[in-house]
Ligand binder design. Structure first.
Ligand code: HEC
Length: 127
């Protein structure tokens, strides 16, 4: 009998110890997934801008493509001209009339757009 009471006591004690650790604490990572960071430091033309243009823009902005729009974004010089005129940032952040166009999925992910802006603000370097 004493033994049973002892074991019951132990079990109850263990339960009391276990409960607090079972409490639920909200934290950003559980709620929203891993915290997203966007690295906009030293965005380069060759490492980021060119591959992005090739994947999302050349289809309509490279003269040899069948869907060519008449506006050339192929090559550094053409891209730089559109970047420094403000047209690339205008259109890549234009919710109503975005580039890529709505038919192509519309605005690029936020981090991509931040990187484009960072590159333009750095003077659209050929790096
Ligand atoms: C499906 C084809 C298509 C894709 C993909 C596309 N564009 Fe365009 N873009 C066009 C067409 C057509 C025009 C001309 C009509 C207009 O301004 O909406 C244009 C116009 C532009 C202009 C304005 C040019 C000017 O002088 O007014 C910019 C800047 C531009 N696009 C940038 C981009 C960028 C940057 C991307 C990729 C992130 C992109 N476009 C992807 C079809 C496309």
């Amino acid at each position: 009998m004493k033994r049973t009471i002892f074991y019951l006591g132990m079990a109850f004690g263990a339960l009391l110890l276990a409960v607090p650790s079972g409490c639920y604490y909200d934290n950003e990572e559980d709620l929203y997934g891993p915290v997203q960071t966007c690295d906009t430091v030293s965005v380069s033309y060759s490492g980021f801008i060119l591959p992005l243009l090739q994947n999302h823009c050349y289809k309509c902005h490279k003269p040899s493509e069948p869907l060519f729009s008449g506006y050339v974004l192929e090559g550094y010089d053409a891209t730089k001209a559109y970047a420094t005129s403000g047209k690339i940032s205008d259109r890549t952040n234009n919710v109503a009339n975005p580039m890529p166009p709505l038919s192509e999925g519309g605005l690029l992910p936020d981090c991509d757009r931040q990187k484009i802006l960072a590159w333009i603000r750095a003077g659209a370097p050929n790096n």
